[in-house]
Design a protein around this ligand. Structure first.
Ligand SMILES: *[C@@H]1O[C@H](CO)[C@@H](O)[C@H](O)[C@H]1NC(C)=O
Ligand SMILES: *[C@@H]1O[C@H](CO)[C@@H](O)[C@H](O)[C@H]1NC(C)=O
Ligand SMILES: *[C@@H]1O[C@H](CO)[C@@H](O)[C@H](O)[C@H]1NC(C)=O
Length: 156
């Protein structure tokens, strides 16, 4: 068995490298797993649209939060001073919040008093870790960090 393990220690990372490429192997350590998805927190700031494009370039999209468990997990990805974009917008129809996959926002974790469409210019959703992880509507042009979500690749 020692021989097989020794072989795998060297060979398996190489195999993974060949199958997925160096950049993907290096990037995998930045993804956090929960249930059937993996999550990535950016380390730079962009507006909501550019944040979404970054996620799509990573084979993902902005995070969709559809359970209390997932909300708690997403909060755990951020420290107490980090607010982050999530995949929610009411830019198509004011007051009708939709997820980036086109599904309606049902279970919600808004901060009390939100969404308030302050000055009529707050069409994108964020997690306010500075306010206990509750959600807020904010101007889409604001540059801040964001969270991507992608489904696990099937293991084979
Ligand atoms: C895990 O994913 C499944 C399939 O989407 C879903 O039905 C279930 O509610 C999820 N569990 C949690 C804790 O989010
Ligand atoms: C939170 O994380 C950011 C980015 O990594 C870091 O710059 C900041 O110092 C952290 N803040 C706290 C309170 O840990
Ligand atoms: C987001 O940033 C891009 C690139 O800087 C810019 O072209 C675009 O107009 C911005 N969108 C919003 C809504 O601010």
């Amino acid at each position: 068995f020692a021989g097989i393990c020794g072989f795998c220690v060297i060979f398996c990372p190489l195999l993974s490298l060949c199958r997925h490429g160096l950049s993907e192997v290096l990037e995998q350590k930045y993804w956090n797993k929960f249930n059937i998805s993996c999550y990535y927190v950016s380390n730079v700031r962009k507006n909501w649209t550019m944040s979404r494009l970054d996620c799509i370039a990573r084979g993902a999209d902005l995070v969709i939060i559809d359970s209390r468990e997932e909300q708690v997990f997403v909060q755990s990805l951020l420290n107490s001073s980090q607010d982050a974009w999530i995949g929610m917008t009411d830019s198509v129809e004011e007051g009708t919040w939709m997820w980036v996959d086109g599904s309606p926002v049902t279970i919600t974790f808004w901060r009390p008093g939100q969404p308030n469409s302050y000055q009529g210019d707050q069409d994108c959703g964020e997690v306010l870790q500075t306010e206990g992880g509750h959600w807020n509507d904010y101007s889409c042009s604001t540059e801040q960090i964001w969270i991507c979500e992608k489904k696990h690749k099937p293991q084979n």
